[in-house]
Design a protein around this ligand. Sequence first.
Ligand SMILES: *Cc1c(COP(=O)(O)O)cnc(C)c1O
Length: 424
Amino acid sequence: MTINSPNNDKLAALGGTPVFSTRPSMPWPPTDEETRRAVAEAYSSGIWSWTGPWEKKSCAKLAEVHSARHALLMVNGTVTLEAALHVLGVGPGDEVIVPALTWIATAMAVVYVGAKPVFVDVEPDTLCLDPELVAEAITPRTKAIIPVHLYGGMANMDRLMALAHKHGLKVIEDCAHAQGGEWDGRGLGSIGDVGSFSFQQSKTVSAGEGGGVITNDDELAERLFRFKHIGYSSSGVQGKAASGPPEGLVCHNYRATEFQGAVLYNQLCRLPTLTEARNRNADFLTNLLEQIPGVRVQARGLKATPGRQSYYNFMVLIDSEFWMGATRDQILPALAREGVPVNPTYGTVHRHVLWNLPASEYRIHGEYRDKLGQSCKISEEIGTARAIGFLHFYLDLPLPDLARIAEAFVKVHRNAPDLGKVRW
Ligand SMILES: *Cc1c(COP(=O)(O)O)cnc(C)c1O
């Protein structure tokens, strides 16, 4: 299939007719009658928290979809990372490898347990941790790795797990973007020791706020439960603990409510089908976009199960050289004026002031910085100059609208020499 010729050649940003006469909109978060009834039922039942029936059903579904034995809900996808680090014994003096390109929560959770985040660059195609560089960054103090399955990519779990085994490291998969994803037939989050999910408003599965952890390890599951449940162990019975907190255990109240369980259930049931449909639409759009010079789409996971690449953003990478030198920061607003619902990517987390103050105890590990000569170049480039994305739910647009997105890229590409004339 080839791309339609754009409607007229004058950029909307310079007064031309936009490719979309109205900006496409998709309803998000999703709502349906069954879920409305579930929430009302939870409300009337008087069971509002503490291992209620909807929480249990959603946990079972979360585990099933991601091939794990256990799943637990918590208040958000930041404390799930903290909980995972804590129960895996990560603490003061330890280093934890995290990607430089991610949401800040991945690194911040490391700080919560008193450990030091060590930032490692990403691969230029998947935008996920580069295993080669991870190997270089491992020191005797390294205790864990947190691969993030970013936007619509997957970290190379085979190579990262091999490194972890070789060096005796724990692996926490940050699956905040990876709901429904499968690597080589296995649910993401179930390959490392613990998988951590976010159900924040914009995420692929949402409860407004919320988080989930999955694990195949019975003992870790029990520790995770105690950690979020102020030390009490799970009896499986609503409102009843099997035993109280053991002495000396640091623990939190990170319990989610029954309402979050009720809101999540149907979304989790639909997730595999939704993911497959989005994979088909992403294929369609990728095929169109990659006909444009200087346009690449973020690569799917090397061993993504067909139809089970998860998407949080559909991420397009621009090479300015093929755009007459036009920059991402000119191209992105020009696309927005054509009606494409675009957004830039996260900034690079390794630049965050917390770990860059000269006196900060969280400062980037010096040795590592010296070894590379410069820090995290790919993340820097992607974050500041190359990435243009749109959120997952736009992949549900009808194909003619997706084709129009490609058309808008062609139009802006053709008019690249004019981008310098636009006053934003
Ligand atoms: C959203 C997100 C989190 C944190 O989730 P919250 O539920 O917002 O606390 C963690 N990691 C990544 C990569 C995220 O995008």
